[in-house]
Design a protein around this ligand. Structure first.
Ligand SMILES: *Cc1c(COP(=O)(O)O)cnc(C)c1O
Length: 356
């Protein structure tokens, strides 16, 4: 039986995507070949790459606005490095907002390239809120933020206005909510949280911000090279890109980002309402900063843990143990998780209250 999969990443994808992807492993496009055994230069795969890149821009409403979509490798973690490599001028500086483990990982890499200004941090409170009143130096080469903090369960609900380029790690909430994506100059996201299987990383970049550092950049780390080669500088992650395309097509058929946003809001409301109502549970982050993607919560009383754990397991729920740095529970409600799965978790929480 299919589990209710709350895994934080890699994570659930739409069931029909699993089905179609598995068919393509045996016979891709009725070609008599598997998607796993064809050349990335074949006509069929070049078409997949082109369609995926175009569909990303279409869904983000960035067509014809000077942006390029790339499917790279190395994960979001490699983007921590590629961003300063490609955007920080020699002897330049960059501004970072520190909202958690991933943001601080990005800061660490940037420090190797130049002055790194941390405009604000919520580290003092174990990252349980998003800092709001801070100023961004206008002489920095770019401002970097993390839209959704997968581990701590916070999400930026608004983004600062600034005249410098804005870079955002959207690994865990890309394609989940409507934003004016043209406010960002570079967006990156590991595929494995909301777009596809692990193995590819989406980068959406406004071309005009590139080529200004005065530094020699190795080809494999150079966004301009990847753009010139149409995201085929070297062998791309063929299967991960193909499966990401299936997920993007699923999203488009559903009505795009504005449609999934409503469903995501309904799921988050359902779970957070129960966390707040049920006296046995409490949330871990400031309410106004709660993530619609990753809900973190604790039991008020650890004595209930054994019973609760056995109850959700019996209900077919998987993957809600919290990250080791926070403890408790984390329910990741990415695009493909159905509202029904959230109802199952909420029912278990209500049942626990009755039984204790
Ligand atoms: C998971 C995650 C990362 C790391 O992604 P990798 O692809 O494993 O390098 C970075 N940032 C955020 C916000 C994440 O959720």
């Amino acid at each position: 039986m299919k589990k209710h999969n709350y895994s934080a990443g890699p994570c659930i994808l739409p069931q029909e995507v699993f089905e179609e992807a598995s068919k393509s492993i045996l016979n891709f496009n009725e070609s008599g070949l598997s998607i796993l055994e064809i050349s990335h230069r074949s006509k069929d795969f070049v078409a997949v790459m082109e369609e995926a890149r175009a569909l990303v821009l279409e869904l983000l409403n960035l067509e014809g606005k000077g942006y390029q979509a790339l499917f790279l490798q190395g994960g979001a973690s490699l983007e921590f490095l590629m961003v300063p490599y490609n955007l920080m001028k020699t002897n330049g500086k960059a501004a970072y907002l520190d909202t958690g483990t991933w943001a601080s990982g990005a800061i660490k890499e940037a420090k190797a390239f130049g002055e790194t200004v941390i405009v604000a941090s919520s580290k003092d409170a174990n990252y349980n809120y998003i800092p709001k009143d801070y100023s961004i130096p206008t002489d920095a080469d770019y401002f970097h933020c993390t839209s959704n903090n997968t581990i701590f369960g916070t999400q930026m609900k608004s983004f600062p206005n600034t005249t410098i380029p804005v870079v955002c790690d959207m690994s865990s909430d890309i394609f989940s909510r409507s934003l004016d994506f043209s406010k960002f100059d570079l967006i990156y996201a590991g595929a494995q949280k909301n777009m596809g299987p692990a193995g590819t990383t989406l980068v959406v970049v406004k071309e005009e911000i590139l080529g200004k550092t005065g530094r020699a950049i190795p080809n494999i780390l150079n966004y301009e090279q990847h753009i010139a080669k149409e995201s085929m500088y070297n062998t791309p992650a063929v299967f991960a890109v193909y499966t990401s395309l299936l997920t993007l097509k699923w999203l488009k058929k559903l009505g795009g980002i504005s449609a999934i946003e409503k469903i995501n809001e309904a799921k988050a409301n359902l779970l957070y309402t129960e966390i707040d109502r049920n006296p046995l549970f409490k949330g871990t982050v400031l309410k106004e900063d709660r993530s619609a993607m990753n809900a973190t919560f604790l039991l008020e009383n650890q004595d209930h843990q054994e019973l609760f754990d056995s109850m959700w397991k019996k209900a077919g729920i998987s993957g809600i143990n919290g990250h080791r740095s926070v403890g408790g529970y984390r329910a990741s409600m990415y695009n493909a998780l159905p509202l029904d799965s959230v109802q199952v978790l909420v029912d278990v929480m209500k049942e626990l209250e009755k039984n204790s």
